[in-house]
Design a binder for this molecule. Sequence first.
Ligand code: ADP
Ligand code: MG
Length: 349
Amino acid sequence: MKVTVLYGGQSAEHDISILSAHNIISSLIRSEYQVDPVYITREGSWLKGKEINDFIEDSNELKLSLEDDNVSPIDINQLVEEKNIVFPALHGPNGEDGTIQGFLEVLNLPYVGCGVAASANGMDKIVSKQLFSQADLPQLPYVAFTEHDWKHEQQELIQQCEGSLLYPLFVKPANMGSSVGISRVENEAELINAVDEALKYDRRIVVEQGITADECEVAVLGNSDINLSVVGRLVKTSEFYDYDEKYINNQVEMEIPANLAPEVATRIQEYAHRAYKAIDGAGLARVDFFVTSNNDIYINEINTMPGFTEFSMYPVLWQETGINERDLIEELIQLGLRRYETKQGFEAE
Ligand SMILES: Nc1ncnc2c1ncn2[C@@H]1O[C@H](COP(=O)(O)OP(=O)(O)O)[C@@H](O)[C@H]1O
Ligand SMILES: [Mg+2]
């Protein structure tokens, strides 16, 4: 069987996507799948490379170019006719946010992972907070507003932030990822700068209560039968991780399973389960939490296409839970196919 792996993309997570794809392709090859690589360049061209049947040593080989042999612009008709299942190994905007998923739905292709709504809602920090709150999940207090609000009632919004939250605060664009556009601020002047910075990335903003806490993560796998991994913890070396620290320099150490009281770990898993259901997750997601020294738990976010490199939390959590990468990849493919078949079973009208 053949799998089309989509990777690269125009988001800030281009490089990590290539590393995820490299690891995913290795697992697929190990499971005796053939792979059609489709690379989305930083400029937004979609390039199809020649079929992969063997391990690739260097992930740089996945950076396809029209100058290479056997690389051509993608042919949508061919994609539709072949009907391979697609693994969108893309993170961040235009990958993890429902847009690619919508494109694949329109082409009527099976794909791995969350559907359109789950991807969009999981990506949007304001919508996901609203869904989490409906699901009674504990989260940090926050203030959300639009660029328009900020232009017209900046003073009121600052008062609202300062009245309901305590510095330090975290300012975030509603739709991004990889800490892009996110700032930690300690006073009003920094808050104003941070909002202006975040507005470069989105027209909707979240200002959130800052907290000193551990960051713990759970991997979720399944469609209706939902499986949860053990809890992992990021061993922190700084106040918050920026893109380079998190992904490029591999500065983040993981403690798996996290050294937590069993009832705390169970509660985190239960919250992860609820969060996944709240967004109507399918296939996979990683759910991230803050855990304070007195074991207060707050959900931070859900990632519907978490990093998938060999060092990434998601596959490593499963490894430590007893599912190796080969079985994990196999299960993700099967979940995608089953979801597709279920959808085919519904009447169009
Ligand atoms: N409210 C907060 N209190 C403390 N640290 C935070 C808070 N919000 C975010 N951070 C830090 O910033 C990082 C990135 O924020 P996050 O909301 O996870 O955005 P992204 O979608 O970019 O991963 C987190 O992993 C954490 O280290
Ligand atoms: Mg995060």
